[in-house]
Design a protein around this ligand. Structure first.
Ligand code: AKG
Length: 290
């Protein structure tokens, strides 16, 4: 693969290696300014509709607004530049579950360390090609001061003490009832990922990630999009769950919005029922962190 093959400034072969080895990579300048503007408008409207009780319930992550009622996100989800990059990186055939509008109020505390993989029963969970990845588009420039992303490279494939500390997104950790929980601590192997608005972080859902606190008085917003690369190569159970979850959430989107995400709509036609998902890896099947 060459730099010019798909019209990108990035060497996508290198980016694919970073994603596989470290669990993430950053692609610069991936968003058309019109789509960025539209996404900001959609997000601001969605955030403004939340009550103070809703904001309090998710004090540490920030808002967790499902894309189901926000078809205005379709251009972002179907962004052809990102889909072409994934294809060229060997993560093509990606299918979409949902997007989440995450606006961290200014000020608000740090987000706890967590990994989001729900497919630890799928054989792909112990391979180079994760069953689940995130595309994070930040709508604001981020720094340590306004709550940029933090990651622990390698934890998508190796056991870390954080694996034993609890499941993501339970009500107590989302409220931040105990800020002394080890999931709010600093770790020596963590890295900051400050971003420019319009850049794209592609990450492995198995990777431990968190954020700094937002110390400013401005909201800091990211749209997290959950994709399932090489969908048809996943276990049928996994395909079935993703298919049903996508359609349950997005069947109410207007046809014009569905058209924009058409290439990433899951289309499982088998008869396997959606299974229970599993968010916890098998320690014996993960490598050990050196
Ligand atoms: O708010 C952020 O920067 C990170 C969001 C996140 O952790 C997630 O979507 O799982």
């Amino acid at each position: 693969m060459t730099k010019t093959q798909v019209g990108f400034e990035h060497n996508l072969e290198e980016k694919a290696s970073e994603l596989i080895e470290n669990g993430f990579c950053v692609l610069k300048d991936m968003l058309d300014p019109d789509i960025l503007k539209l996404t900001r408008e959609v997000s601001m409207e969605a955030v403004a509709a939340l009550s103070s009780e809703q904001l309090e319930a998710t004090r540490t992550p920030g808002t967790l607004i499902n894309s189901n009622k926000h078809p205005g996100l379709a251009d972002l989800v179907g962004n052809p530049k990102a889909l072409a990059a994934l294809e060229a990186m060997g993560f093509g055939g990606s299918k979409f579950w949902k997007a989440v509008i995450i606006s961290k109020p200014g000020p608000s505390p740090r987000l706890y360390w967590h990994q989001d993989c729900m497919w630890w029963d799928d054989p792909r969970a112990y391979s180079d090609y994760s069953p689940m990845i995130f595309l994070m588009y930040y709508l604001d420039d981020t720094t340590r001061n306004n709550g940029c992303l933090r990651l622990i490279p390698g934890t998508h494939r190796k056991w870390h003490s954080l694996h034993g500390t609890g499941t993501a997104h339970t009500p107590d950790i989302n409220r931040g009832d105990d800020m002394n929980d080890p999931r709010f601590a600093d770790y020596p192997d963590e890295v900051d990922v400050p971003i420019k608005a319009g850049d794209l972080v592609i990450g492995d859902a198995r990777l431990f990630h968190a954020t700094h606190a937002n110390l400013t008085h401005e909201n800091r917003t990211v749209i997290t999009i959950w994709f399932h690369p090489l969908f048809e190569d996943l276990a049928e159970e996994t395909q079935s769950w993703i298919h049903h979850a996508f359609h349950k959430d997005h069947s109410g989107w207007p046809v014009e919005a569905l058209d924009k995400v058409q290439p990433v709509i899951p289309d499982y036609r088998g008869t396997v029922e959606p299974p229970e998902f599993n968010r916890q890896p098998d320690k014996g099947r993960l490598g050990q962190k050196e």
